[in-house]
Design a protein around this ligand. Structure first.
Ligand SMILES: Cc1ncc(C[n+]2csc(CCOP(=O)(O)OP(=O)(O)O)c2C)c(N)n1
Ligand SMILES: [Mg+2]
Length: 375
């Protein structure tokens, strides 16, 4: 038997449209109306201010923990913008920009990070999965949802997110292999922020790019500048258009950087140098998008200040709503099984008696719950 080369016909594109100085590549510039640009800029600004506020709330002991998405706003927002409400959005835990854009009430996201399960409940009209922490679980959910969408016979798609570290998980491989084999309408976005807690990207995989893993599954892969909102919108639009026509999944590697701590329980100065972080500062997705839209005359300084003031109020309202939300402490017993087991029934009764006997005769939160504040 001869020994010969098998030529693979795939290549990986790398896409960047808006450079670090906010200059656009005219040949690649996506068609976006003034309203679209404003919507994107507002959503990115909102996510940035939310992120800053969340970090402070945690430091003040007002929420349990927080995993910042500072500098990663474009990577999650672009795909959210490029899909329809009827499509599915399957986030990991660094996608507040996309989640807020999709209509998650900010107060619910705050409650999630405060440990309240209502934060994991999307509004009835939404086709969205909640924040999911198990690394790479999103690819399994995404593949399953996309399979359902394919069986439904429409042209809807699912977009699922995973981190660079998540690409080392079995779930990532299984989900992508399934989606590729069955030609499912799934777009997987890897947020390559260069770190999986303290493990750097180069110690996670010997692959030159993460996008090239697509080749092994027999699907298209593309690497994008993840801090470039225009590239993220364009790459997702192309992938979604293909998936709607039955063209199967796409793997997008969004190259970005985790500017902050992994979570509020982490201290990155223990494992990475400031010199590594510095070069990423001028690549900030918000700064460069601001240059682009202000040069285009879409928004001026006064307009931006007005927008910032509205956002400040919106965040204050969400803090107020989340902090005044009365949790229903009996609720966890309702969501384990469709029908409560005898043991669970017994525990529930014990807990209810405990709440009722807590000195003030009040079963805190066991009465009716007001969900309206977090809508
Ligand atoms: C299955 C699983 N293993 C371990 C963890 C603990 N853990 C939380 S985040 C994280 C690192 C994830 O890195 P990456 O996928 O790059 O995402 P990033 O945190 O950088 O957004 C780990 C190991 C987890 N949540 N789930
Ligand atoms: Mg990472």
């Amino acid at each position: 038997m001869p020994r010969k080369k098998i030529t693979l016909d795939n290549t990986i594109d790398s896409l960047s449209i808006l450079d670090e100085k906010g200059k656009v590549d005219k040949k690649l510039e996506p068609k976006l109306s003034k309203d679209d640009l404003l919507k994107l800029f507002r959503a990115m600004t909102l996510a940035r201010r939310y992120d800053e506020r969340m970090l402070k709330l945690q430091r003040q002991g007002r929420i349990g923990t927080y995993g910042p998405a500072l500098g990663q706003e474009a990577a999650s927002l672009g795909p959210a913008f490029a899909i329809e409400e009827s499509d599915w959005y399957v986030p990991s835990f660094r996608e507040p920009a996309g989640m807020l854009y999709r209509g998650w009430p900010m107060a619910r996201l705050m409650l999630w990070w405060g440990g309240n399960e209502i934060g994991a409940t999307p509004l009835a009209k939404m086709n969205d999965m909640p924040i999911s922490v198990p690394v790479a679980s999103q690819i399994q959910y995404g593949a399953g949802i996309a399979w359902g969408l394919k069986l439904d016979g429409g042209d809807r798609v699912a977009v699922a997110f995973v981190g660079d570290g998540g690409t080392s998980e079995g779930d990532f491989h299984e989900g992508l292999n399934c989606a590729a084999t069955f030609g499912l309408p799934l777009v997987v976005v890897i947020q390559n922020n260069h770190w999986a807690i303290s493990l750097p990207r180069h110690k996670q995989s010997a692959s030159k790019t993460l996008a090239q893993k697509a080749i092994a599954y027999g699907i298209d892969g593309i690497q994008t500048d993840g801090n470039d909102i225009l590239a993220m919108v364009e790459a997702t639009r192309e992938a979604v258009e293909k998936a709607r026509k039955g063209g199967g999944p796409t793997l997008i590697e969004a190259v970005t950087y985790r500017m902050g701590v992994h979570t509020t329980a982490d201290d990155p100065t223990k494992y990475r140098k400031d010199e590594e972080v510095e070069p990423w500062k001028p690549k900030d997705p918000l700064v460069r998008f601001w240059k682009y839209i202000s040069d285009k005359g879409v928004l001026d300084e006064a307009g931006r200040e007005k927008m910032e003031a509205e956002i400040t109020d919106e965040i204050a309202e969400a803090v107020q709503a989340s902090e005044s939300y009365e949790p229903n402490l009996m609720e966890p017993f309702d969501h384990c099984f469709a029908e409560r087991t005898p043991a669970l029934e017994q525990q529930r009764a014990q807990f209810e008696a405990y709440l009722n006997g807590n000195g003030n005769g009040k079963a805190s939160g066991s009465a009716s719950v007001s969900h309206s504040a977090v809508h």
